[in-house]
Design a binder for this molecule. Structure first.
Ligand code: FAD
Length: 671
């Protein structure tokens, strides 16, 4: 065992930890920052924020992304909003409450100190983004507007219609551009990191491939920041952008970075259900819709069957024959229970035969806005002094209000499904969405490889076993704008005299050789099956046996099956074309090769955790009411895995104990 986990959580009261830590970390003086190079992999919100901030501070930054522009990073897809404890609504929000909700939402499997810091800096994120010109929605008085997300009883989610991620990314991108213009930030679009280079135990560079020319390049730096997003696409079908992958995180794992809680995957309850097997992506309908949409299935099985057979429309089912199962089971939170709870409840109803969708598995439930049309319509009629409006008028007015809030989401739904959600309820079903697991990092966001930092969805740190909505954007931006700029300086203070790191060394040569050998293997293998064939096969095992519900037997089977798929992949994959041009099959081959190892580790981690918590639901461990049953005695730890050679079964488990001093651990209850 070579890895020693040291979380480096500062001493002292939780309210003071971050402040004291900042006061005592080492600094790099402005006149020395130009002597230091930093590589950032990823220019989504986490990497873009870090790139802009570090370049603004005066470091030489090289940023990489595989898209043709940072503006296309997957963060652009975020719809619903970003949390912050500003308490504009006077509804009792505070830093502590955001901290508390996040720890509870994560089913008590997140690190207290990190989460408190996140809540603490959340307010500054909003200020910074407003200053950048991000057009957050505003209420009548001019203050920023807020809405609710699952797992909270306050309104703390800031939003820009249904395009929050896009607007935030444009803010970060313009901050980056300022520095690109000055020459402090060099942008490498359409470049993919394929190896980390470690020299004397420290991260000192990367090997990247220019995806357009195929050129293999060496880039050196004093520190490397990985902000490469999540690995949900290991399931093949997910809400993630199709290019999202786990290559960077897996590559650094193989070079010594512990991988934490790989099995913690978030399944989002409101996606458009799967149709057919030619689909390669699932579309998310934002959680914000649960503010105004009510979720239901028919109460009677025969109605559900008739709906699936196309003989009955949802609008024909009387109010008393509808089962608003979330409101029934969880009266306190209703439709705004956290995602894991809502997802499992939908699965339970569909497994019991009440699903409404006419797909292979009959899986789907309704998200219905009709009650909101009436509620908002009445309010609007009053506002407009319309007396005794007809029901028709009310509904028309209400639809307008809903359109203002979520219009682009409704249009997107109609474009994809052909159904008009103003006239008929949306059909939704859970899908893989976000990975709470990721590279283990200490309080300074440094992995177990010195000089290799990991931020945003790529690290494991802040969400525990389940992420509450609107918290990923908050974490990515907190990491990039407000945490890393401090903590990386503490590390880089040792490097002001090091000088430029040479790329002409055996370490770079060896890493480049590994990359070239792999590419050549793919191109000369001449197998008979496409990369997608293997990815789909992996995805099926992952969804069926490592998905929304897992058990020991299924997980053991999955571990073996994934190993078999991997062997077959290396034997029989076919990658056409050359390495000297754009070759998307070649790109995918490398990514799927890494997913095949990571997927196996996810199953191993899920098998190791003999409890249910958050998104990790082991059917053997549930209460009589079907809720998660944690085992805090045995499993209140972060599972951090150390790579130990090609046989993934040999990975070594390290444990970081989780201690809750400021929050009383309890069974999670949303009733
Ligand atoms: C449909 C959808 C809606 C969402 N809505 C919300 C929401 O409303 N609120 C919320 O808080 N969260 C939301 N999320 C989650 C949130 O969007 C993501 O968790 C977050 O944007 C991730 O940001 P990131 O910067 O960590 O990674 P990303 O935005 O995924 O960026 C990854 C970057 O890494 C680069 N990269 C990856 N691998 C390599 C490599 N090998 N070499 C070079 N570059 C590489 C990519 O090019 C990209 O620039 C949503 C997610 C989805 C899928």
């Amino acid at each position: 065992m070579s890895i020693k986990l040291d979380s480096r959580i500062p001493e002292g009261d939780i309210h003071e930890k971050w402040k004291n830590h900042k006061d005592h970390m080492r600094l790099v003086a402005p006149n020395n920052r130009g002597k230091i190079d930093v590589i950032i992999i990823g220019t989504g919100l986490a990497g873009g924020a870090a790139a802009a901030s570090l370049a603004e501070m005066g470091y030489n930054v090289k940023a990489f992304c595989y898209q043709d522009s940072p503006r296309r990073a997957h963060s652009i897809a975020a719809q619903g909003g970003i949390n912050a404890a500003k308490n504009y609504q006077n509804d009792g929000d505070s830093v502590y409450r955001l901290f508390y909700d996040t720890i509870k939402g994560g089913d008590y499997r997140a690190r207290e100190a990190n989460v408190y810091r996140l809540a603490e800096v959340s307010g500054s994120i909003i200020d910074q983004c407003v200053a950048q010109g991000v057009p957050f929605a505003r209420e009548y008085g001019g203050l920023l507007d807020n809405r609710s997300f699952g797992g909270t009883q306050v309104q703390r989610t800031f939003y820009a219609a249904g395009q929050t991620g896009q607007q935030l990314l444009l803010g970060a991108y313009s901050a980056m551009n300022r520095q690109i213009g000055k020459g402090r930030l060099q942008m490498f679009n359409r470049h993919e990191m394929l190896e980390l280079v470690v020299v004397d135990g420290k991260a000192r560079g990367i090997i990247a491939r220019d995806l357009v020319t195929g050129e293999i390049q060496r880039h050196s730096a004093h520190a490397v920041v990985i902000a490469s997003g999540g690995y949900g696409n290991v399931f093949f079908l997910s809400t993630n952008a199709m290019g999202s992958n786990g290559t960077s995180v897996w590559k650094i794992h193989k070079k010594g970075a512990a991988f934490a809680n790989p099995c913690f995957t978030q399944i989002h309850p409101t996606c458009i259900p799967v149709h057919g097997d030619q689909q390669s992506k699932l579309t998310l309908m934002s959680e914000s819709l649960r503010n105004d949409g009510r979720i239901w299935v028919p109460k009677k099985k025969e109605d559900a069957e008739a709906v699936r057979a196309g003989k009955l429309k949802p609008t024909d089912i009387a109010e008393e024959d509808r089962d608003y199962y979330l409101e029934r089971r969880y009266p306190a939170f209703g439709n705004l229970v956290p995602r894991d709870v809502a997802s499992r409840a939908a699965k339970e109803r569909c497994d019991a035969g009440f699903g409404i969708e006419n797909n292979a598995t009959g899986e789907g439930v309704y998200l219905d806005f009709s009650a909101s049309f009436v509620k908002y319509g009445k309010e609007k009629a009053n506002e407009l002094d319309i007396h005794n409006p007809s029901q028709e008028e009310i509904i028309k007015l209400g639809k307008k209000v809903v359109e203002e809030k979520y219009g682009n989401l409704f249009t997107m739904y109609e474009k994809i499904t052909g159904d008009n959600p103003y006239e008929t309820p949306m059909k939704i079903y859970p899908a893989v969405h976000y990975t709470m697991g990721g590279v283990w990092v200490d309080y300074n966001l440094m992995s177990s490889i010195p000089g290799c930092f990991v931020t945003g969805e790529a690290n494991f740190s802040d969400h525990g076993a389940n992420r509450l909505g609107a918290s990923a954007l908050m974490q990515g931006l907190a990491d990039g704008y407000f945490v890393l700029p401090y903590t990386i300086a503490d590390y880089l203070a040792d490097d002001i005299r090091t000088g430029t790191i040479s790329t002409d060394t055996p370490e770079f040569e060896e890493a480049e050789k590994q990359v070239n050998e792999r590419i050549q293997h793919f191109l000369t293998n001449k197998g008979s099956k496409t990369v997608d064939y293997f990815h789909k096969k992996l995805g099926r095992v992952m969804w069926n046996k490592v998905g929304m519900a897992r058990d020991a037997e299924g997980l053991k089977e999955a571990i073996k099956e994934i190993e078999e798929i991997r062997k077959e992949f290396w034997r029989d994959v076919k990658v056409p074309g050359s390495d000297k041009t754009i070759n998307m099959e070649l790109e995918k081959a490398g990514r799927v090769a890494d997913f095949l190892e990571l997927g196996q580790l996810m199953a191993i981690d899920a098998l190791n955790r003999n409890e249910s918590c958050g998104g990790h639901f082991r059917t053997e461990y549930q209460t009589e009411e079907g809720e998660t049953l944690r085992d805090d005695e045995q499993y209140s730890y972060v599972a951090a895995w150390e790579y130990n050679g090609e046989d993934i079964n040999q990975e070594i488990l390290h444990k970081e104990d989780l201690n809750y001093k400021y929050i009383k651990i309890a069974a999670r209850n949303y009733k």
